[in-house]
Write a protein that binds this ligand. Structure first.
Ligand code: HAM
Length: 428
């Protein structure tokens, strides 16, 4: 026997029940929320030039330094499967001259992303995100609107008890001064830090706040806090975001140690976690990235956004698959049935009457067909054959058990007569 093939490690197939949940989340919960808030949908390519992520997400991040699926294409170009959506959206904003549109430009997306992380529950190598980006304004109300959208999405999806932590990374000279002070502090405690953190003091000192290593955590407990050294202007911006969240009844905790694994963030930073998720508790997160568009070669343009993991939303919500559509009719074929007439009726029910309808396709006995019909929740059974005339049929209402024989039917009227009975059965 040939070797059994499996989905690659860290990936999964989305089977129909789960697909129905995802469609519901996107079409019925996320889509209407985004439309109400003036967000338009954007889809960017699944792969991009590697330089976009190297520059945009940052060389020092885990994502860029260890987790990207990068390949060289036939033209010797380095390409990367997108690990996140913010840098691609900013690239598209510049490429399509969206800075000339009325600002802010609000965009949302949904689709697969790729990171070569160690797979575990809730952490995959191909995962799906819903994300929102708003570019071209640094108004704190845009931050609040974006965060409220994320909160409402989680609510709408049934994620109860999600915790929102929020901080500000500040910007400009205050942030640079803080970074220098933190580096000095970390160097003074270098021997107590994990190798990883010690090796990245210069590249990314803030990540030390995120370390799981005990010694590092002890050092960080007394480290200077960025939120205490941001400029008055950034503090005011942050306070206004918080006031607007209060007004929207969105609960949050200000976290002075919050950091995220992407380099582009400035000012507002936030993360939603859920206790229902175990170790991978981050259900969504985002922040401002006021320097990113310029870094990618565009005009200086502020921006804010977030992304939430679809698998994690569904896991935290413990959502149940929506019921599949119950067919109005299941067409059963008894001995001697005119299969062509039955098939033609099937298509008429679907295409003329707009009904969900199924026909027997596995050669089951009549008993088996009745079972199959009730398994799919059919409301009626239409039976051809079994000694009936060519176009004659019985219509059995599977709710009441009532069965009616329609005979004397002709090629010209049988569709309508049978459909009439099926429709009458639905109304019962
Ligand atoms: P992120 O925090 O890296 O941010 O990812 C956002 C969400 O995607 C996470 O909270 C998590 O739910 C989900 N996620 C990330 N990695 C995995 C994984 N390996 N398996 C399953 N789910 C995962 C970003 O990607 C930013 N682009 C968000 C953003 C938008 N910031 C500003 N705008």
């Amino acid at each position: 026997m040939a070797e059994k093939l499996q989905a690659p490690r860290g990936t999964f197939d989305v089977l129909p029940d789960n697909a129905a949940l995802r469609t519901q989340l996107i079409d019925q919960i996320a889509g209407p929320l985004f439309a109400q808030a003036g967000y338009g949908r954007i889809d960017t390519p699944i792969f991009e030039d590697t330089a976009l992520f190297a520059r945009g997400v940052g060389e020092s991040t885990d994502i860029v330094s260890k987790e990207m699926y990068t390949f060289t294409d036939q033209g010797d170009r380095s390409q990367t499967l997108r690990p996140e959506g913010t840098a691609p959206v900013c690239r598209a904003y510049v490429e399509h001259g969206m800075h000339k549109l009325p600002q802010p430009v609000k965009l949302w997306y949904e689709g697969p992303f790729f990171r070569q992380e160690a797979p575990q529950a809730g952490r995959y190598r191909q995962f799906f995100q819903i994300g929102a980006e708003a570019l071209g304004s640094d108004d704190p109300a845009l931050d609040a609107e974006s965060i409220v959208l994320a909160a409402r999405l989680l609510d709408g999806a049934g994620v109860t008890g999600a915790r929102l932590r929020i901080g500000s990374l500040g910007s400009g000279p205050e942030r640079a001064a803080y970074s220098a002070a933190l580096k000095t502090y970390l160097r003074a405690h270098e021997s107590e830090l994990s190798h990883d953190v010690a090796a990245r003091i210069d590249l990314n000192p803030l990540r030390a706040f995120d370390a799981k290593h005990e010694g590092t955590q002890a050092v960080m407990a007394n480290a200077p806090r960025l939120l205490e050294s941001i400029s008055a202007e950034d503090r005011e911006h942050f306070d206004e975001v918080l006031a607007l969240l209060d007004a929207a009844n969105v609960e949050y905790e200000v976290d002075t140690t919050l950091v995220r694994g992407l380099d582009y963030y400035t000012r507002t930073l936030f993360e939603f976690t859920s206790d229902k998720l175990g170790a991978q508790s981050g259900v969504g997160g985002g922040g401002r990235y006021d320097g990113l568009v310029e870094m990618l070669g565009g005009p200086a343009t502020p921006g804010i956004g977030w992304a939430a993991g679809i698998e994690r939303i569904l896991a935290a919500a413990e959502a149940e698959a929506p019921q599949a559509q119950h067919p109005a009719a299941y067409i059963a074929l008894d001995e001697g049935a005119d299969r062509a007439a039955a098939f033609a009726l099937l298509l008429k029910l679907r295409e003329v009457h707009g009904l969900a309808a199924q026909i027997e396709l596995a050669g089951r006995s009549m008993k088996g067909q009745l079972k199959a019909a009730s398994r799919v929740g059919a409301k009626s059974l239409v039976i051809f054959g079994g000694g009936r005339g060519q176009y004659d049929a019985a219509v059995k209402n599977l709710t009441t058990g009532e069965q009616i024989e329609l005979d004397g039917l002709t090629a010209g009227d049988y569709y309508d007569r049978i459909a009439e009975r099926v429709l009458a059965g639905i109304k019962v």
